[in-house]
Design a protein around this ligand. Sequence first.
Ligand SMILES: C[S@@+](CC[C@H](N)C(=O)[O-])C[C@H]1O[C@@H](n2cnc3c(N)ncnc32)[C@H](O)[C@@H]1O
Length: 222
Amino acid sequence: MVDDTPDEVLAELKTRNLGGWGVAQIAAGTGLAVYAMWVGILQPGFRKVPLRLQVPYIPASKGQVDNVMILLRGRKGGLVDLGSGDGRIVLEAFRHGFTPAVGFELNPWLIRLARFHVWRAGHHGKVSYRREDLWKVDLTECKNVTVFLAPSVLSLLQEKLQAELPDDALVVAGHFPFPDWKPCRTEGQGADRAWAYSMQAQRQHTLKNNKCTVTNGDVTFN
Ligand SMILES: C[S@@+](CC[C@H](N)C(=O)[O-])C[C@H]1O[C@@H](n2cnc3c(N)ncnc32)[C@H](O)[C@@H]1O
């Protein structure tokens, strides 16, 4: 086999019967590689986050980023991306005039990558990525919020956003909508789709659904 051409080696491998032991070795090797990648690259930083709140890194597609930016048109001021990954949404938001543009992310590798992208784009020092747990970030001053997180955590996040964001805030969700909220606008189709939610409209909608009345700032449940 030493003197064989690559085509001959490939042909021999194709015809060779791996057997149960060979299949088990390949399966174990693949499993180990996936586990090592999960622990070493994707999971660091999440040790203190409960398992049910851990969301893996999946980058937003180009179409998704474009749709998020379309829904943010006409807005100004700062923007935060909760779970910013490699920072693509934050960087694009900065390019669209949002400042300060801040990403919150727990994975240190992704933060390094995001900073590298910013440096390469020539915006070093103008966009920030903070290694913070999004569940602990104070959002009371945030006017523009973007998220691309798993459906399993979005219902919990609804509560945090509703409790903290100011009335004039706009929340834009990519890929997955908030389960109980009513979007004021949507953009795109399929996996690239994005949903925009006005906090003020959302609060009114929630009050109406809960059959509440607000008199001089006091909420009464009917
Ligand atoms: C689906 S990815 C989205 C990445 C990026 N926003 C984008 O659109 O390309 C979700 C990101 O949230 C981060 N994340 C998950 N839970 C987090 C938490 N509790 N605090 C901060 N970041 C978190 C993950 O590390 C991952 O990078």
